[in-house]
Design a binder for this molecule. Structure first.
Ligand SMILES: *Cc1c(COP(=O)(O)O)cnc(C)c1O
Length: 406
């Protein structure tokens, strides 16, 4: 039996008052709070072993290198990758997707097709539009229905031999919808030879990931949404695919030999990690993996399902709320508007006065907002340290916001 109090005690930031009320932090889809284990890992690195990695033969440099490579191995195990050199440190999902889009550029030609879904974050749209501009490739979109469910019969129609990349998220940050990526990947394999990119920014904090059984070519996520420091992230790629792609950044750490006539590149993973990495952050990302594993995926999933079910039930009982994608399989997020109550940020400000942190707006997913013909939603998003009592506070807060705004 896992005790939420014991989990919360690892997050001292939660134990404070905001605007005179106990903080209820429900903006975890934007960034999660960090447990002491992560903060200590970062602090200990700077207190005891700060040095640049891979370059020095001195002791601190060796320790820093060993600690960072140990974190890489932890991530490898955490996501089920075959090799540790398939795990590339980045500064987040955005950098990961841009890296892929640049690295694949020489392999994309005019008239090739790239498929994303209507449920994507801007960072899984814009890098592909830029790739299309560079190459003359065409961007196509898997549509969704009114429940926020992707229409796979349409994907089946648009997949063909010109499809080079299919890039979708496993979980939508704006609505919390869990996408059927197993079916999307199987269909893509059957009907094309495209590379599959999975944006796992919102799934890694909630689910056990196994990139080998998933059979994606790339899997990207951010550290900061899974209890790790800001400015950390992971790009996983299958060895055979990473061997084939062009480096994204050129610079130190990524060369084998360098002369003015010709430079040869280092082996994986360093070929894709130019420059000095975020050593302390990457080590602390390993500590975030330790935290998640210490709590356990089954507890995380069970508890977060209970939070979502309670929020869904209580918010819909208020009446006059439109909850988006409420019939779709979801995790971690309730996204709603109060009907007739103007813009979402008004409700967000009232909730903040009560110490409740939610996000309002378009959540970097304007195409989803356009689909529903709204400017934004109020989004409450959960992490393992949230309590069922906090859902009561949220419900009361929304009830009050509705009274004030109507
Ligand atoms: C947050 C998020 C991103 C972007 O992540 P950054 O950490 O800002 O780089 C991309 N996709 C999804 C689904 C997200 O939730």
């Amino acid at each position: 039996m896992i005790d939420i109090k014991a989990i919360r005690s690892q997050f001292p930031i939660l134990d404070q008052k905001v605007n005179g009320h106990p903080l209820v932090y429900l903006d975890n889809a934007a960034t999660s709070q960090k447990p002491l284990g992560v903060i200590d890992a970062l602090r200990n690195y700077y207190l005891e072993s700060n040095a640049n990695v891979h370059r020095g033969i001195h002791t601190l440099s060796q320790i820093a290198t060993e600690q960072m490579e140990a974190a890489r191995k932890k991530v490898q195990r955490f996501i089920g990758a075959r090799h540790d050199h398939e795990v590339i440190f980045t500064k987040g999902t955005t950098e990961g997707i841009n890296l892929i889009a640049y690295a694949l550029t020489p392999l994309i030609s005019e008239g090739d097709e790239i498929i994303v879904s209507h449920l994507e974050h801007h960072s899984n749209i814009v890098p592909w539009q830029m790739l299309c501009e560079r190459t003359g490739a065409v961007l196509r979109v898997i549509p969704m229905d009114g429940n926020g469910v992707l229409q796979l019969d349409f994907l089946e129609k648009i997949l063909n031999e010109k499809t080079k990349i299919v890039s979708v998220n496993q979980v939508s940050n704006a609505l919390g919808v869990i996408n059927p990526i197993e079916e999307i990947i199987a269909m893509t394999r059957r009907l094309s030879s495209a590379w599959v990119v999975i944006d796992g920014a919102q799934s890694v904090p909630h689910f056990k990931i196994d990139v080998q059984s998933m059979d994606c070519d790339f899997f990207v996520f951010s550290g900061h949404k899974m209890y790790a420091p800001m400015g950390t992230g992971i790009l996983y790629g299958k060895e055979a695919v990473l061997e084939k792609i062009h480096p994204f950044h050129g610079g130190g750490e990524m060369i084998h030999t360098c002369s003015f006539e010709k430079t040869t590149y280092a082996a994986l993973p360093f070929r894709l990690e130019a420059g000095t990495p975020n050593v302390g952050g990457n080590i602390a990302l390993g500590a975030a993996v330790d935290f998640i594993e210490s709590v356990g995926h089954s507890f995380i999933q069970e508890h977060e399902e209970a939070l979502l079910a309670k929020a869904q039930k209580q918010l819909s009982e208020i009446g006059g709320l439109k909850i988006y994608a409420e019939k779709a399989p979801r995790t971690g997020v309730v996204s709603f508007t109060i009907e007739g109550a103007g813009i979402a940020s008004d409700a967000g400000m009232i909730l903040d006065k009560m110490g409740i942190a939610v996000r309002t707006g378009h959540h970097c997913t304007q195409p989803i907002m356009d689909f529903f013909n709204i400017a934004g939603t109020v989004r409450a998003s959960f992490a393992v340290y949230n309590t069922l009592e906090e859902i009561d506070v949220l419900t009361e807060g929304v009830r009050k916001a509705k009274r004030m705004l109507l």
